[in-house]
Design a protein around this ligand. Structure first.
Ligand code: HGY
Ligand code: MN
Ligand code: MN
Length: 395
């Protein structure tokens, strides 16, 4: 509670976020991956927010920190949450702001919650970005009973499995697959999150509800050619894997630019990776997003077939393995209408806009109705150190 003894406001949330940003492996932006010392330091901050707001703190068997309001009658719960993790050198608001705002909301309801037909739980999910391990959303998927056991065996770049990293962190990994909630016990899920895009700035609005969350698929693409001496192998007849990959990547970008998808090659590696050797193997990630799953699937099929043809034209082999998929999510109309009514009560124009980023809400939709509240972020910038949301907008 702030010094006037009033409910926590945007300024105090901003102060919490300033302090928790220090729980980072880098000084250039925030780097906070799951199951790390930075994650542990962040949970200490979040636990103190939760306790200050009258919530009881616990860590569930998927590593989600939970702040629960008293619920002696076992009422159904409204879940408010987001993720504590960041991308490398990311911002101070993505994910963590939604946890702070959830705690502030719990503080605001503290004296009334006993008379409401539901109890509250604030959820700080461990891993939404999927940066450390080639999977994501382990917390919400465990609560929704949709966690694939294979995700626990996935390894990070040091070869550590998710399971062992979680156990070392202090999570009860024997129970990770046993914590699915029954839908009847949940009223719904609400996530406040920075927009990570420019629409609210363009509309000159501090907040908006979210109408739908895009779907995602990710592939590992491997292009295999033939290496050789860069100086002695003639240009004609080369099987240069990097030239083939560059043709494919350019084509993906052009094809996406004239369709309703967003396609990104975010990581790439070259073997043998010598300045004087023709590249023999390229591995790159291909991510495709769309608001409509059918649109995304059709684009994937077309682009992978075209990629294979382009590759073969360069005498190289092409393989693509889908490593991740998240289906598009429509936000619950009733919860969204409640958000829009609340926005109108603040004297603001109430808009509902689509999300090009995915969120924990995407996975929580398998458990309960979900809704999201977007908060304007400066320049629409996110996943960067200069990501920023004002105290006034958060308020
Ligand atoms: O990739 C996303 O959309 C989210 O930031 N993890
Ligand atoms: Mn993010
Ligand atoms: Mn996020």
């Amino acid at each position: 509670m702030n010094n006037q003894g009033l409910m926590t406001d945007g300024r105090e949330v901003a102060a919490w976020l300033e302090r928790i940003a220090e729980a980072s492996a880098t000084s250039d932006g925030v780097t906070r991956l799951p199951w790390t010392e930075e994650h542990r330091a962040a949970l200490a901050h979040i636990a103190s927010w939760m306790r200050d707001m009258g919530l009881e703190v616990s860590l569930d068997a998927a590593g989600t920190l939970i702040g629960a309001s008293p619920n002696p009658e076992g009422k159904p719960v409204l879940l408010i949450g987001s993720h504590q993790d960041s991308v490398p050198s990311g911002g101070r608001f993505d994910g963590i702001m939604g946890i702070a705002i959830g705690c502030a909301a719990a503080g605001a309801l503290r004296d009334r919650i006993a008379n409401l037909p539901f109890a509250l739980e604030v959820l700080a999910f461990a891993d939404e970005e999927g940066v450390r391990f080639p999977t994501a959303l382990i917390g919400p998927r465990a609560l929704a009973g949709r966690l694939d056991p294979a995700a626990l065996e996935m390894i990070d770049q040091k070869g550590e499995t998710m399971n062992s990293a979680m156990a070392a962190f202090g999570v009860d990994t024997d129970q990770t697959l046993q914590i699915a909630r029954r839908s009847q016990t949940v009223v719904g899920y609400l996530e406040a999150h920075i927009e990570q895009g420019p629409v609210l700035e363009d509309l000159d609005l501090p907040v908006a509800a979210v109408s739908a969350i895009c779907g995602i698929s990710r592939y590992e693409v491997i292009i295999t050619g033939v290496t050789g001496h860069a100086g002695t192998v003639p240009m004609t007849g080369r099987h240069d894997a990097l030239v083939a990959a560059s043709r494919i990547i350019s084509h993906v970008s052009e094809a996406a630019s004239s369709s309703d998808v967003r396609a990104t090659v975010g990581t790439i590696s070259v073997k043998p990776g010598a300045v004087n050797a023709i590249p023999a193997e390229i591995r790159f990630s291909l991510e495709i997003r769309a608001a409509i799953d059918d649109t995304r699937q059709k684009f994937e099929d077309t682009i992978l077939n075209r990629g294979r043809d382009l590759c073969n034209a360069h005498g190289c082999d092409f393989t693509a393995r889908r490593t991740y998929v998240q289906f598009a999510t429509t936000c619950d109309p009733k919860l969204t209408e409640a958000l829009l009514a609340a926005i109108r009560e603040c004297g603001l124009t109430a808009e509902a806009i689509p999300s090009g980023a995915t969120h924990d809400a995407s996975a929580m939709a398998d458990l309960s109705p979900v809704s999201m509240l977007f908060v304007r972020c400066r320049g629409g910038v996110s996943h960067r150190p200069d990501e920023y949301a004002s105290a006034k907008d958060m308020d």
